[in-house]
Design a protein around this ligand. Structure first.
Ligand code: PLP
Length: 499
């Protein structure tokens, strides 16, 4: 299997090269040349398989220059060594007969990003050896909250790798900040940047593009790489849980071989839902992928009108990991919708950069509507969904998952679609305890009382994950705050520690 670029159909690189580079040289995103097919028999057999075996079936069909032994080793380190608090890795929880919740947050940082970021470092280390890359790889991350900690947990103390995470000094939740500031590991740098997420993100982009700085790093034997969801290595592990959920529903007797299924996905950068689309292209009988947005509803408008228009206000919401106006991975979907025409994609992306918007053709929109539905939930509807699901089912969900639940209720009311539907639950309620409690109790919980709110969730019967227990007492190990212009110096300083 080779990988091509969304902006240049002639590109053809191996899986290990595409993982190591992260982004194609022409600025496009790497996509597989074809979609390997998993037959109904193979999917049915997954019922008897462990999550590790299911992951092997998917990963081995894409990462074809990795040996089976290498893949099994990476998969085991990520999913088989106790990093996830449940043995099944991604358990399914029933709400109603046709409505299920796929809990993707039992990993070390309590967000779905762990599913990919627990395995990516091992895949990269393996790819590095395969490519004979002598340099150390420095993963550079700007985070609005969840990616930073998940990447730190994944990359800390991995041989030949270093990681530097920059987060906005004002703009992450207390739990998210504490998770990062207490991070151990000899190869990690964590630093607050004065300003908001855009300031941190712009600083990181400038460093990637700074030729002199990159040469300086190269003299020290260091190359930069990225761990955000433009990297194919972030997407491919996410395809697995779509198959896994289907197999679990087969096993529970809720689905029969070949039956359709819906997934509702709380969406930001479009990485999670895109993995669902890829699962469908590989043969999973997906009826509808339902794209759920919060008040930042640029995607809802896109799905309804065929016009992507990022020229709008940016809102800070209680589902902060979905506060995003440019969903990078949509580029990969456009590539498929256009019939894999890289010139068309390049034209859209140029228009997006110069005018902040573009419109797809009618034919592309028709294809889109066959497979996708979309909706959004503002803050009130999100809170109402948390409250309603608790009242109705005794189930506590985080604000991101609640966005999906609210969008599903509206979809169900509008369509009457009785297909079994899985809501992807992307974060533990313990990551946002005050907002969750606030919604459940209909009274305002003071943000500084996050830990007290967490205790109240315990009292309501939700077990506290290991990652939160002890967080209040862990020593803060990182104290640096810098201006955007000084991020390079912070990185160089971090290199002084031996790993
Ligand atoms: C990152 C994130 C999302 C959005 O996922 P995308 O792949 O960016 O669409 C949703 N919920 C949570 C909790 C997240 O951390």
């Amino acid at each position: 299997m080779l990988y091509t670029s969304t902006r240049d159909g002639k590109t053809a690189v191996s899986a290990s090269q595409c993982l190591l580079e992260g982004i194609a040289p022409d600025g496009g995103l790497y996509v597989p040349e074809t979609f390997p097919q998993l037959s109904a028999e193979v999917i049915s057999k997954m019922q008897q398989q462990t999550y590790e075996e299911r992951a092997f079936a998917v990963l081995s069909s894409f990462l074809t220059d990795f040996s089976p032994a290498e893949l099994r080793d990476c998969i085991h380190k990520a999913y088989g060594s106790g990093k996830f608090e449940t043995e099944t890795v991604v358990p399914l929880h029933p709400l109603a007969d046709i409505e299920w919740v796929l809990e993707l947050w039992h990993g070390p940082t309590l967000a779905f990003k762990d599913v990919a970021l627990q395995i990516l470092p091992h895949l990269l280390a393996c790819a590095k050896a395969k490519q004979g890359e002598p340099c150390e790889i420095l993963i550079l991350v700007a985070t609005s909250g969840d990616t930073g900690k998940a990447a730190l947990e994944g990359f800390c103390d991995v041989d030949g790798m270093r990681i530097a995470v920059f987060y906005p000094n004002e703009g992450v939740s207390l739990m998210q900040k504490l998770q990062m500031l207490t991070q151990e590991g000899s190869n990690v740098t964590v630093c607050a940047v004065e300003g908001n997420f855009d300031d941190a993100q712009t600083g990181v982009k400038k460093i990637f593009a700074d030729g002199d700085f990159n040469s300086l790093l190269l003299e020290k034997g260091i190359k930069l790489s990225s761990a955000n969801s433009i990297n194919w290595g972030r997407l491919v592990p996410q395809i697995v849980y779509y198959f896994s959920a289907y197999a679990d529903l087969l096993q529970a007797g809720k689905l029969k071989k070949g039956d359709g299924i819906n997934f509702v996905v709380p969406t930001g950068n479009f990485g999670d839902i895109l993995a669902g689309y890829y699962a469908m292209r590989m043969g999973l009988p997906v009826h509808k992928l339902i794209c759920a947005s919060n008040k930042n509803n640029v995607l809802t408008d896109f799905f309804k009108k065929g016009e992507y228009d990022a020229n709008r206000s940016f809102y800070k919401t209680i589902s902060p990991s979905m506060d995003i106006l440019i969903s990078s991975n949509l580029e990969r979907l456009l590539f498929e919708l256009s019939g894999r025409e890289s010139d068309t994609v390049t034209a859209f992306m140029n228009r997006l950069r110069s005018t902040g918007k573009y419109t797809i053709t009618e034919k592309m929109q028709e294809t889109l509507e066959q497979h996708f539905a979309a909706g959004f939930a503002g803050e009130e509807k999100t809170r109402a969904a948390i409250q309603r699901t608790y009242a109705q089912y005794g189930y506590i969900m985080d604000p991101h998952t609640a966005v999906a639940q609210s969008v599903y209720e509206e979809y169900l009311a509008a369509t009457g679609d009785q297909t079994i539907t899985v809501l992807l639950s992307t974060a533990s309620p313990y990551k946002f305890p005050a907002d969750v409690l606030d919604a459940m109790k209909e009274e305002t919980v003071v943000k500084s009382e996050e830990f007290q709110a967490a205790q109240e969730l315990v009292a309501l019967g939700l077990p506290m994950p290991q990652a939160i227990r002890g967080l209040a007492d862990k020593p803060v190990l990182h104290h640096t705050i810098c201006a955007q212009g000084d991020m390079g110096d912070v990185i160089l300083k971090g290199l002084e520690t031996k790993i």
